[in-house]
Design a binder for this molecule. Structure first.
Ligand code: PLP
Ligand code: COI
Length: 342
């Protein structure tokens, strides 16, 4: 059993720590079975499983938070359930019903309650559901059997500097998804596709890649692990594209922006428009809302300076505070986003 006595909850990396249990559920003979609880970190699968050969693998990411009041809050699990259904349909896997997904999420959080970081730490419990095609198939066809596994791990910020502005890079010679491919689903292959670019960005001293639309390379798409948004005057702008993941954090921030009286525009954003924005950030479950300082276009040797003083701008800061406030229970959950565990 993982010993938590000497853990410094405030300085956790975004990484894996063995929790006590994971939960699993399999789809066989056209139906989902019972939720199983496991202590093993391993799975035993067929050597011809479709997840190994033909990429039938999709996943999700969501978080649970411990509030000042001691309560445990899970942020928008229904939305992740729906996105897993969309991803499953996208690559011909068995969709898991929303209620079953949410029940599994609640169960895995409850079983691993001692791994939920304390309120003051600023850390949270990351929940990682993954679905794989498990039955044997040598011809290219969908599997007949599927397994959903959910594990949890306590995490700190995805980008080590947390809410400090970070730099992202634009390169035109890489894509993370094809124009009408799997970019809008949370398919593992998208991340494999983005790895060469992301490793190059890291080597160049950038925290992530800001991918462009794969068809014309004229518009902003999204970052490797997160969506992109910018603040221009009184408007929140975020890319509209067929090849980006519909981020639940981004949708939530758009609503919060409206609550704050901002206009919200979802539309193609030309790269050059970066010269006119006041603030920018990447957003996602892991990234939360990470402000951007510079966006460097390598092909044109152009540095878009977003934060002149190296600090997060006022609007991104307020959006971040409100989002975290709702997630942790410090602010009222006016949009019914939070599931409180009983
Ligand atoms: N875009 C990509 C490629 C991601 O991997 C993620 C993370 O899940 C996001 C965006 C953000 O989505 P969400 O806010 O639902 O976590
Ligand atoms: C998330 O934010 O949940 C993600 O999946 C992003 C990344 C860790 C792949």
């Amino acid at each position: 059993m993982t010993n938590l006595e000497n853990i410094n909850w405030s300085s956790l990396p975004f990484g894996y720590m063995k929790a006590d249990y994971n939960v699993r559920c399999t789809y066989k003979d056209g139906k989902w079975g019972e939720i199983e609880v496991s202590e093993s970190e391993y799975i035993n699968i067929h050597i011809a499983a479709t997840c190994l050969h033909y990429g039938q693998e999709i996943f999700e990411g969501l978080k649970a938070f411990r509030g000042k009041d001691g309560k445990i809050r899970i942020f928008r699990p229904e939305a992740n359930a729906q996105r897993l259904i969309n991803s499953a349909n996208g690559i011909k896997m068995a969709p898991m019903p929303q209620e079953l997904f949410v029940e599994m999420v609640k169960k895995v959080v409850k079983l691993n309650e001692r791994f939920i970081p304390p309120y003051e730490s600023g850390s949270s419990l990351y929940i990682r559901p993954v679905e794989i095609g498990t039955s044997a198939q040598v011809g290219v066809k969908p599997a007949q059997e599927y397994t959903v596994i959910m594990f949890v791990t306590p995490v700190g910020p995805y980008f080590p500097d947390g809410f400090k502005p970070t730099k992202v890079a634009i390169y035109r010679e890489y894509d993370r998804a094809a124009p009408l491919g799997t970019g809008k689903w949370k398919v593992g292959g998208n991340y494999a596709c983005g790895m060469r670019a992301t490793e190059r960005a890291h080597e160049n001293g950038f925290s992530a890649v800001l991918f462009l639309d794969p068809k014309e390379k004229l518009y902003l798409d999204e970052c490797g692990p997160a969506n992109f948004f910018a603040i221009k005057g009184n408007t929140y702008i975020t890319p509209k594209s067929e090849s980006i993941l519909p981020s639940i954090t981004n949708m939530s921030l758009q609503q919060i922006a409206k609550d704050m009286g901002l206009n919200v525009e979802r539309r193609p954003i030309p790269v050059e428009e970066l010269a006119e924005v006041d603030e920018a950030a990447e957003c996602g479950t892991a990234a939360v809302c990470t402000p951007l300082s510079h966006i460097y276009d390598f092909d044109n040797d152009k540095d878009y300076l977003i934060s002149k003083d190296g600090q997060a701008g006022p609007v991104v800061t307020e959006l971040y505070k409100r989002l975290q406030g709702i997630q942790k229970g410090d602010l009222p959950d006016t949009h019914n986003w939070v599931t409180v565990l009983d």
